[in-house]
Design a protein around this ligand. Structure first.
Ligand SMILES: [Zn+2]
Length: 260
């Protein structure tokens, strides 16, 4: 599932290949992906518009046209953004394709239709409507400690709650908790200042390292769980067995030795 690092990598690819370009053509093979818009209405708003800016908040990606519209993208459980030179065949499960003046294609691809694409006049409204918390990369240690004060429940659920912190999901919460040496079911209330600082450091490091690796599991540092995320696989830090448990309705992977 795309989380903050994946979406940040999409943003950087758009910055490199799409900004400054005009939208030459809009194709919507899967109109159900559009929220509050039709393919015709979306086409009218995007056609011949120059792409001027991108923004990311948590797992949301925003792309602004010169006309002032923002294309809003959320990738659900399994969506992705592909930016190609249009010479390859359109990827299977492409829901939306923008063909740009420079010959680049932006393909929004989602095998399971859980994400969506919309148009908004202001990303701030999208963030407010969904009551998203601050972006995980915009936090500092004091802000995280302040947010933890008085919170009930377990730390993994807390990290994954988009209304607390935007951008972290099942995979990267496991990664952060392994690096911080914190068991996923630890109550937030039981984390003292030193543990909260460890959690903040792990959060920042994991997200930045994942972005540096292009959010590609095969390019992650060897200390990462992500390429070995399976019950019984060796912990990348101590070599012990990774265990799976249910936390917040999701399967969490953790190391019983490193995370107490
Ligand atoms: Zn371990």
């Amino acid at each position: 599932m795309p989380e903050l690092p994946d979406v940040e990598v999409y943003k950087r690819r758009l910055d490199a290949h799409a900004l400054g370009q005009e939208v030459a053509r809009v194709e919507v093979p899967e109109p159900a992906i559009l929220r509050d818009s039709s393919p015709q209405a979306l086409g009218r708003r995007l056609h011949e518009q120059r792409l001027q800016a991108t923004r990311r908040h948590g797992k949301f990606l925003f792309l602004r046209t010169a006309g002032g519209d923002w294309l809003v993208m959320h990738f659900g459980m399994s969506g992705r953004l592909e930016i190609t030179d249009c010479s390859q065949p359109v990827p299977k499960y492409t829901d939306l394709q923008l063909v740009l003046g420079n010959g680049c294609c932006i393909d929004y691809v989602a095998p399971r239709k859980l994400g969506f694409v919309a148009v908004s006049d202001d990303p701030r409204r999208v963030i407010e409507d969904r009551q998203l918390g601050p972006d995980a990369l915009g936090l500092d240690a004091d802000a995280l400690a302040e947010m933890a004060r008085g919170r009930r429940g377990g730390v993994k659920c807390w990290l994954m709650d988009q209304q607390t912190i935007a951008g972290i999901g099942n995979v990267y919460s496991d990664e952060i908790l392994l690096r911080a040496g914190i068991h996923p079911k630890t109550a937030v209330a039981d984390l003292d200042d030193a543990r909260l600082k460890q959690l903040f450091d792990a959060l920042s490091q994991v997200l930045r390292l994942a972005i540096d690796a292009g959010a590609d599991p095969t390019a992650m540092p060897r200390s990462f769980l992500l390429p070995e995320r399976e019950q019984g696989r060796p912990c990348p830090r101590c070599g012990g067995d990774i265990k799976a448990i249910k936390v917040c309705g999701r399967t969490a992977y953790y190391c019983p030795t490193c995370q107490r």
